[in-house]
Design a protein around this ligand. Structure first.
Ligand code: KG4
Ligand code: ZN
Length: 352
């Protein structure tokens, strides 16, 4: 069974071919991140226009690199939400058109639900298997999933494929969003995840005592932590609370930025690990999967491995951020009715 997955919910135009829900044959990602960097965040209009420009070549490339032809593709899968409406529309319309023209069943996939499915890929084509580090085995059910990205921070318990329960989520900012906002405060490049974690590696994580919000149940909150970083940065350069954050990067030196980044990262990780550990104790899963862009964070990976007793599976780094492979993989296990290619709509605020 060969499935072509298409993903355009944010700023990555992505397509991939997956065989039998576990072997990656191609994974093509064209990101418009450089176009957004000057604005310090994703500009929806720019993202949508960029998807439109590259969607066809990206899909063609995914088919070509997989060394399959259209006849061999059994199904198409596409993200229909949640995400930016203009971005989702391009992927959904491309998939609907291809489903009609090529006469293939179409599976509509929830983006957040699909992130952990990147961890179900355990093998790659001859050309990919040396470039990717796949987990040695697929995660076992019940599977606890920590989904952490620029748009979501969720804990979910999967009893089996498609049968899951949301255990906790963020009350305000997503953790990736907090990394992005802290990067802005410190004058580090967008996206903030990689730049904050690189700065953090050179800093002292005990320099600032930043608050980790305790939330009821298994929920998260990151907006207070982001404000605490802002206040600490203002105090460090001897300014009051009303000092504009845009002027802070010019006053902070490299070592102060590194210490703030390290202290922030430590607090953010502590919040994620505490909730995951609590869920582990409560639900006793057979496996834990950590997925989404923030799962690329090396310090988070190490702290989770050290703190949890259940085996933890991480997707390859290339499969943590948005991609078409996780969309195709989830669709491989989907047993419901296919979507109508004449009427499938994008659903920007789709929940898990
Ligand atoms: O999953 P993703 O590509 O897009 C969404 O669905 O949101 O995640 C992107 C997010 C961004 O907020 C980015 O700053 C964060 O993942 N990220 C990281 C790292 N790499 C990417 N956060 C922390 N550490 C990283 N190494
Ligand atoms: Zn995502």
């Amino acid at each position: 069974m060969f499935i072509l997955g298409i993903e355009t919910s944010c700023d990555e135009t992505a397509a991939a071919v997956v065989q039998d829900g576990q072997r990656l044959l191609s994974n093509v990602v064209a990101s418009s991140v450089d176009l957004h960097a000057a604005f310090g965040g994703v500009v929806p209009e720019i993202a949508a226009r960029s998807h439109l420009e590259v969607i066809t070549p990206v899909i063609d490339q995914a088919i070509k690199e997989a060394e399959v032809d259209w006849q061999q593709i059994d199904k198409l899968a596409v993200t229909f939400g949640p995400g930016l409406l203009g971005s989702l529309l391009i992927g959904v319309l491309a998939a609907r058109t291809l489903a009609i023209v090529k006469n293939k069943p179409l599976v509509a996939v929830n983006h957040v639900e699909s992130h952990p499915y990147a961890a179900f890929l355990t093998a790659g084509s001859t050309s990919l298997k040396n470039k990717y580090q796949f987990p040695t085995a697929q995660p076992q059910f019940p599977m606890l999933a920590l989904i952490v990205s620029g748009g979501h921070s969720q804990l979910a318990l999967f009893k089996s494929h498609g049968d899951y329960r949301l255990l906790g989520q963020t009350a305000d900012d997503a953790v990736g969003e907090a990394f992005d906002k802290v990067a802005k405060i410190l004058g580090l490049p967008y996206p903030g995840g990689p730049s904050v974690s690189a700065a953090a590696a050179k800093g002292d994580s005990d320099k600032y005592k930043l608050p980790v919000a305790t939330m009821p149940g298994l929920d998260f909150s990151f907006s207070g932590l982001k404000t605490a970083v802002l206040r600490a940065a203002q105090a460090t350069v001897g300014k009051s609370f009303d000092f504009p954050s845009v002027k802070l990067p010019g006053l902070l030196n490299e070592s102060q930025k590194a210490d703030l980044a390290a202290s922030f990262q430590k607090a953010a990780i502590a919040a994620l690990v505490a909730a995951t550990k609590k869920a582990e104790q409560q639900y006793k899963p057979a496996s834990i999967v950590v997925a989404g862009g923030v799962a690329a964070n090396q310090a988070l990976r190490q702290t989770l491995i050290n703190s949890l007793s259940t085996p933890v599976t991480f997707p390859d780094f290339n499969l943590c951020t948005d991609n078409g492979a996780m969309i195709a993989t989830l669709a491989s296990y989907y047993r419901g009715k296919p979507s109508d290619p004449y009427s499938l709509e994008a659903s920007p605020s789709l929940s898990m």
